[in-house]
Design a binder for this molecule. Structure first.
Ligand SMILES: [Zn+2]
Ligand SMILES: [Zn+2]
Ligand SMILES: [Zn+2]
Ligand SMILES: [Zn+2]
Length: 731
């Protein structure tokens, strides 16, 4: 391999190219149901092994520099002197992260400086943690008295008097190096500390993150962990395992509350998020002191992560390079060699299906092993690439960790085979952990923070018209029903393609290529009914306001420009509507232009004509009608004509509901806008309007609650709006 390959995917592609030519890709594919054999075949290829090792060693090399660490620390010092403690903590944290591990003195200086900033912010526990870490890292002895003084002050604040006395003794020992004047200064400082008796009152703030602990609607299911007692696991030959409602479920009910079995933070968030739990705690970043590549938000997370991080420590960049496959290796590593080998060697385990033959416990390795992987259904080159990645990770564990220390060569291949299974599972089972991030004061966006496995929620099959919606509270997945489900009905998730957002042909293609199945949901199966997208983008029927079938080549009526109404089944002129819409397009463009120029009166004139035309010509769910009405509403709001504004928003509200559905997030955003306008009118108009306002507020709150959770800013904003409204109406 002569040319320089920049990333793992390029390397895989180049391997696959040669692999196809030499028949290796098909050989790997033809080994049926024996993943260990696949790994063995790859790793016994000496030539391949050499290239993999070369790539690995290139990746493992650390990219840290003492200069960068110093530079960050000095910036931090400047901010500290300006009393911008939070900013200085950020810089000291960066310094710790970029410091070469062998450079202990520099590392200890950054830790000590950070402890000073934490002290200023009254974060005494974290301050102590940094001091103790600095003291294990060759902290310069001439600086010792200063840091020990800070330690004593923190211990006193926390009421840890016993530790305080021990540290005083250490401080006395550190005096040896000082000159007389300095000694005197410190001794008088100590007197002051000891006289200051306010120390014991301090209690460190505990993190209260969420005021509400969510539990499944009708209690937790003991047999099906993390699921509501309203759900059962069922099994059939064609479908495999699936989730069924064992009683009627109402929209909004919580169906799953699940902790991830394993998660990997995406590279973009690794410098700001806890490596173990994804929390963002800018002031509480404790690095792994062995590798300095990852952060933990607490000692609890550091301890919990030790089952995998002791193995992965120092390999973060090489593990990042294989993307989602990292999570596949993580599963094997966290359960440990003994557990996975014992599992494999007990032949009964492989045959028993969790959830059917025994209870479904999201923490058990058996459950992880049995997640759907479709390994044997994959295309040869796809399987080859996954197998190569698994072989690479096996080699990495062999070369750079003690994971395989006591394992035989055969056992290593067996474990490599398991890594392959878990990598293949990622395609169908990996879940993106998302968080709502504010874009600006009016809008929020979901951002992908990490990839995780939720074994219970994973049992739901896909439908393009799902029954549930997912949201996150930290890294806890919360699944709620988005519509009513009858007892005995299957509960469906949506893996991405939704019938309201994607055409049938695109959905079928995507699901087949990515998840290896043919979707049999109502919207995919029934090819006699039209695609939802076609119905939405229809012209209106002049007789009944229904929607007209879009004439296409297959419709004979297209020739005479007549077409069928879907509702009243009469023939209508397609051409008349086409002409009207054509005119409306130009009016909309001119109206928008006037709006942008600030000529609101002209914009109102043009857009009013446009909306009138579109109301006649377009189906009420047509996005163009909604958009024009929304623009006109903006113009009216601008000049304070709220009654006109309200009329226009009703049109766009209908369009949004038709297109995205009653419980969509788009609907909630539209309702929020609408309630703003109704608020303006509420004091001047009748009781009906006020009732409607309250109803819409509640609807929007309901949608935000099921999509984003009651802790989201959108939900809270509406909540306070409702409080404000109630007090207004009481007057
Ligand atoms: Zn954490
Ligand atoms: Zn580490
Ligand atoms: Zn479908
Ligand atoms: Zn009609």
């Amino acid at each position: 391999m002569s040319r320089e390959l920049n990333n793992w995917q390029e390397l895989l592609d180049s391997f696959t190219e040669t692999g196809v030519r030499r028949g290796k890709v098909s050989r790997i594919h033809q080994i049926r149901n024996n993943n260990a054999e696949r790994i063995k075949l790859l790793l016994e290829d000496e030539e391949l092994r050499v290239v993999l090792l070369k790539w690995m060693n290139h990746q493992v090399k650390r990219q840290r520099s003492l200069e960068a660490a110093k530079c960050f620390r000095e910036t931090g010092n400047r901010q500290f002197s300006l009393k911008d403690y939070k900013a200085s903590i950020e810089m000291y944290s960066q310094s710790i992260l970029s410091c070469p591990v062998e450079n202990e003195v520099e590392l200890s200086l950054a830790l000590a400086n950070r402890s000073a900033a934490l002290f200023q912010l009254d974060l005494f526990e974290d301050c102590l943690q940094d001091i103790n870490m600095a003291l294990t890292k060759n902290y310069p002895s001439h600086l010792m008295p200063k840091i020990l003084m800070r330690k004593i002050k923190s211990l006193r604040k926390l009421g840890l008097m016993e530790d305080c006395r021990t540290t005083l003794q250490e401080l006395e020992a550190a005096f040896m190096h000082l000159q007389v004047s300095e000694k005197n200064k410190i001794q008088s400082d100590i007197k002051v500390i000891l006289m200051d008796d306010q120390g014991n009152e301090y209690t460190q703030d505990r993190d209260v993150e969420f005021d509400e602990r969510i539990i499944p609607f009708c209690g937790e299911n003991l047999f099906f962990k993390a699921a509501s007692a309203a759900l059962d696991i069922r099994h059939s030959i064609e479908k495999g395992r699936y989730v069924m409602a064992n009683r009627d479920i109402m929209a909004g009910e919580t169906l799953f509350v699940e902790q991830p079995n394993a998660l990997v933070v995406l590279p973009d968030f690794q410098t700001t998020r806890c490596h173990h739990c994804t929390r963002e705690k800018p002031l509480k970043r404790c690095p792994c002191l062995s590798c300095g590549q990852v952060w933990f938000c607490s000692n609890a997370c550091r301890q919990e992560s030790s089952c995998y991080h002791t193995v992965e420590c120092g390999l973060e960049s090489v593990l990042n390079s294989v993307g989602i496959a990292h999570l596949g290796a993580r599963i094997v590593v966290s359960y440990g060699l003994d557990t996975v080998l014992a599992f494999l060697k007990d032949t009964g385990n492989e045959k028993k299906i969790p959830g059917i033959d025994n209870s479904y416990d999201t923490k058990s390795y058996q459950v992880m092993f049995h997640l759907v992987s479709h390994t044997e259904r994959m295309a040869p080159d796809e399987l080859y690439q996954y197998a190569l990645t698994a072989a690479f990770l096996t080699l990495l564990l062999e070369e750079h960790t003690k994971f395989f220390q006591l394992a035989s060569q055969e056992d290593r291949y067996l474990v490599g085979g398991l890594i392959l299974v878990h990598i293949c599972q990622m395609v169908s089972n990996a879940h993106a952990i998302t968080e709502i991030c504010a874009l600006d004061e009016n809008s929020e966006r979901q951002e992908r923070i990490a990839t995780a496995i939720y074994p219970s929620a994973s049992l739901m099959n896909h439908s393009c018209d799902p029954t549930v919606i997912n949201s996150f509270q930290g890294n806890t997945l919360i699944v709620r029903a988005i519509r009513d489900v009858r007892k005995g009905d299957e509960v469906f998730n949506c893996y991405g393609p939704h019938y309201r957002r994607m055409r049938r042909t695109e959905r079928i293609e995507m699901l087949e290529s990515q998840y290896s199945f043919v979707c049999t949901c109502e919207h995919c199966r029934d090819t006699n009914t039209e695609d939802f997208q076609d119905v939405i983008y229809s012209f209106a029927c002049p007789s009944c306001n229904g929607s007209l079938v879009n004439p296409s080549g297959s419709h004979p009526s297209a020739q005479n420009q007549m077409t069928l109404c879907r509702s009243c089944k009469t023939q209508q002129s397609y051409f008349t509507q086409l002409k009207a819409d054509f005119e409306a397009v130009s009016l909309d463009a001119r109206g928008t232009e006037a709006m942008n120029q600030g000529d609101i009166m002209e914009a109102i004139k043009l857009l009013t004509k446009c909306v009138q035309l579109r109301k006649r010509a377009l189906f009420k769910g047509h996005p163009d009608l909604g958009k024009s009405a929304d623009k006109l509403a903006q113009c009216y709001a601008f000049i304070g004509k709220y009654e006109e504004c309200e009329k226009m928003l009703r049109i766009s509200l209908t369009a949004v509901e038709q297109r995205y559905g009653r419980y969509s997030i788009e609907m909630a955003n539209e309702l929020q806008k609408f309630t703003d306008v109704l608020m303006e009118l509420a004091s001047s108009r009748n009781q009906d309007l006020r009732d409607e306002l309250v109803r819409h507020l509640e609807e929007a709150m309901f949608i935000y609650r099921i999509h984003y959770g009651p802790w989201s800013s959108s939900y809270k904003e509406l909540q306070s709006k409702k409080v404000h409204l109630t007090s207004l109406l009481m007057k």
